[in-house]
Design a protein around this ligand. Structure first.
Ligand SMILES: Cc1ncc(COP(=O)(O)O)c(C=O)c1O
Length: 378
């Protein structure tokens, strides 16, 4: 079972006939991005364990598994539940699960027919999870979350051996390895600087993995890395999995980040995701107003980019429901009723605003895919 909506009423139409604002997904680019990541990582002997927090779609998660991913990451228990309900069998929850209510849901999943692992970073949480696992007569696979310096979640490198000993003492938990996701380095614009900072963190994690191995605590999994460092972290010998998310669909924030051969742009993964909007007012000479504002474009990071880029149009925030399109060059602004496609600012929170993707190939609608994990934030 996949989560594809059986609603083909729009199939075969040109995307310009869609009602707006509409979240468009270019199927060909999506497939090519999934293939590129899988090929690059496989060539380095690494696994892809993509993060569903970006696309929020169990159907896309299935496509990632079909492309060769070893499992899917979920940020929240509810995302993992949604993925499991649609047949994804290998899951990693990448945030600590702390409260009784969530731990109960976690064990419900653990006792189902899928394999669920969770990260942790706290001795009390270890004891709590161990007691619950014993009560449920099961064993929970865990990864220790390492703080790469951001201070969001995770323990310091030196605290890891102590936590592993506690995991072993408590019982009913199985140490599978470590997670070290350096989120704060992913968008460093300068490639060389990004490489330097990511290397410094992941090499330290690699050293920890070697030391753990030699003391008998084998890390079957060392997961980390995101889209911004996919071609940097894949050089770390001890890293087993990359947990990138944005690469599948991309956004303006990532596209502005420099890559190895091009200082001002991220070339490896073109944007598969855009927002289709309509010009709804043209009473000013200097700008036109479109029907895409804060409620359809999450405001974070880079400004949305109106397409085609050669037109030189610029998007400015204009309230909850509206955006302002201005121009730099000589190309006229779009007319009343005309449609404008935009590359969105930040993919994850924008996708979370929509119920479905309007999927297309070369401008023709091919399908509608449910964003079934939308709003799964518990
Ligand atoms: C723990 C974790 N892993 C992986 C990712 C995916 O990163 P990216 O979207 O940069 O590929 C994120 C994104 O925030 C994350 O929080």
């Amino acid at each position: 079972m996949n989560s594809r909506v059986d609603n083909h009423s729009g199939t075969g139409r040109a995307i310009v006939t869609l009602d707006t604002p509409a979240l468009l997904l270019d199927e060909e680019i999506l497939e090519s991005n999934l293939r590129t990541m899988q090929d690059v990582l496989s060539a380095c002997g690494k696994n892809v364990r993509p993060h569903a927090k970006t696309h929020k779609s169990s159907y896309i998660a299935e496509k990632q598994i079909e492309a060769g991913a070893v499992g899917i990451c979920a940020a929240k228990v509810s995302e993992a539940e949604g993925l499991a309900a649609h047949g994804i069998r290998e899951l990693l929850i990448t945030s600590p699960v702390i409260t009784d209510v969530k731990i109960q849901r976690l064990f419900h999943l653990v006792k189902s027919d899928c394999h669920v692992m969770v990260v942790l970073d706290n001795p009390d949480n270890i004891k709590h999870l161990s007691q619950c696992a014993r009560r449920h007569r099961t064993v929970l696979d865990i990864l220790i979350d390492i703080d790469p310096g951001m201070g969001r979640t995770g323990v310091s490198f030196r605290e890891v051996p102590g936590l592993i000993r506690l995991v072993e003492r408590c019982g009913n938990l199985r140490f599978k390895g470590i997670q070290c996701y350096a989120g704060s380095v992913q968008h460093i614009p300068n490639y060389t600087e990004r490489k330097k900072q990511s290397r410094a963190i992941l090499e330290k994690a690699g050293e920890l993995v070697r030391n753990l191995d030699s003391s008998g605590h084998t890390c079957e999994i060392f997961t980390g890395g995101g889209t911004g460092t996919y071609d940097i972290d894949s050089d770390i010998p001890e890293l087993t999995d990359l947990q990138a998310g944005s690469y599948a669909v991309m956004d303006a924030e990532y596209l502005a980040v420099g890559s190895e051969n091009s200082p001002g742009e991220f070339l490896a993964f073109p944007p598969a995701l855009t927002l289709l909007s309509t010009v709804i007012s043209t009473n000013r000479a200097e700008w036109v107003t479109i029907d895409a504002g804060l409620k359809t474009l999450y405001h974070h990071g880079a400004d949305p980019i109106p397409l085609p880029r050669r037109n030189g149009w610029e998007y400015q925030w204009f309230g909850d429901e509206h955006g302002k399109l201005t121009r730099k060059g000589e190309i006229p602004l779009p007319a009343l009723g005309e449609q404008v496609e935009l590359i969105i600012s930040h993919c994850d929170p924008t996708i979370n605003l929509f119920d479905h993707y309007s999927v297309h190939r070369n401008g023709t609608v091919t399908d509608t895919w449910d964003i079934d994990l939308r709003g799964c934030s518990t």
